[in-house]
Unconditional design. Structure first.
Length: 186
């Protein structure tokens, strides 16, 4: 098969839309990868395109140990990264979390983490954190008698006024109105 500009661009941007449909053999290394593999981008002249993994293996290429094209049920590395990030956000939502601290926790650069999260979920880590915090606040507003100020601090907001603004933007009502409508705080 021919290496088209579109396919090479998907390799450059680590786009996964051709994963499992096409396989990329790299002549210089003898490895076959998914087009979205995060390994170093090969020179265009060193790339061969195969319709199946079996054809690539028959041509003498071995499966990559980074993207695992021979284990399609395995979660792609970017998805694994986002799953780890979400687990951290759900566990530590009440703590101060920055993009840099989150990136250090998963051992990638902040820029890479931001880009991967946006590509996989359509949202930044900061947006995901706000969502988790608002969900936790909703549970606490329904189930506890703690003050709104205490709840805002428990879920990680720096002040009750900031919490109220973010909560209203996300839910459409103030925390107090939400508590009243949900019948919480009793």
């Amino acid at each position: 098969m021919e290496l088209t500009d579109e396919l090479y661009n998907t390799m450059i941007h680590r786009d996964s839309r051709f994963d499992g449909k096409l396989y990329i053999g790299i002549i210089s290394t003898g490895i076959v990868c998914f087009p979205s593999c995060r390994s170093r981008l090969p020179k265009r002249a060193n790339v061969r395109v195969f319709g199946t993994l079996e054809l690539a293996v028959q041509a003498g290429f071995r499966p990559c140990k980074r993207c695992w094209p021979d284990h399609p049920q395995r979660t792609p590395p970017d998805t694994e990264l986002v799953v780890r990030v979400m687990a951290i956000l759900r566990a530590d939502y009440g703590q101060p979390i920055t993009l840099s601290s989150l990136a250090r926790a998963v051992n990638v650069s902040p820029y890479h983490l931001q880009r991967v999260c946006k590509r996989c979920t359509g949202r930044s880590p900061a947006q995901e954190l706000v969502t988790v915090r608002v969900e936790q606040a909703q549970k606490r507003l329904r189930d506890s008698t703690a003050s709104i100020g205490d709840i805002s601090r428990q879920v990680g907001f720096r002040s009750p006024s900031h919490f109220a603004v973010v909560f209203r933007r996300a839910v459409g009502v103030s925390p107090q109105a939400f508590r009243s409508e949900a019948g919480g705080g009793r």
